[in-house]
Design a protein around this ligand. Structure first.
Ligand code: HEC
Length: 110
């Protein structure tokens, strides 16, 4: 149990630091730290680093909003995404959902 707690807090510190670095980078035109998401979900949310990491590209806007709100309020439990979502405010969640849902990916949009 102790080991697990230690590992989790390490991960959270790591993620928080990563997020700051990405925010400091400042991406042109994007007010959101989407680069910090792309570290795991891949460029445009289209190339996840592992089989447990879902593709976000082309996912429905409403689904992405719902998923991020659930991670943030704990209704959906995941140590990684819980930590990521807690750092986001409503506007960032909307921007990220807009960004990833508008990428070509899971579904073709016309
Ligand atoms: C350290 C790796 C990592 C980072 C960084 C990360 N994610 Fe995730 N993400 C995951 C994993 C792993 C899952 C699957 C978790 C689960 O099983 O619920 C996931 C799941 C999700 C889901 C649910 C997708 C679905 O199909 O249900 C969304 C939405 C999401 N992430 C958005 C984001 C956003 C937005 C960011 C950036 C703010 C981000 N993620 C950053 C690893 C990451």
């Amino acid at each position: 149990m102790n080991g697990l707690v230690r590992r989790c807090s390490c991960l959270i510190i790591l993620l928080a630091t990563g997020l700051n670095v990405c925010l400091a980078d400042g991406q042109a035109g994007l007010q959101i730290p989407s680069a910090s998401c792309e570290a795991c979900h891949g460029a445009g949310g289209n190339k996840p680093v592992s089989p447990e990491t879902p593709r976000l590209a082309g996912q429905e806007y409403d689904y992405l909003i719902a998923a991020l709100l659930q991670y943030r309020n704990g209704a959906r439990q995941n140590p990684i995404m819980g930590a990521m979502a807690k750092a986001l405010d409503d506007a960032q969640i909307r921007d990220l959902a807009k960004y990833f849902s508008s990428q070509r990916g899971l579904t073709e949009k016309y």
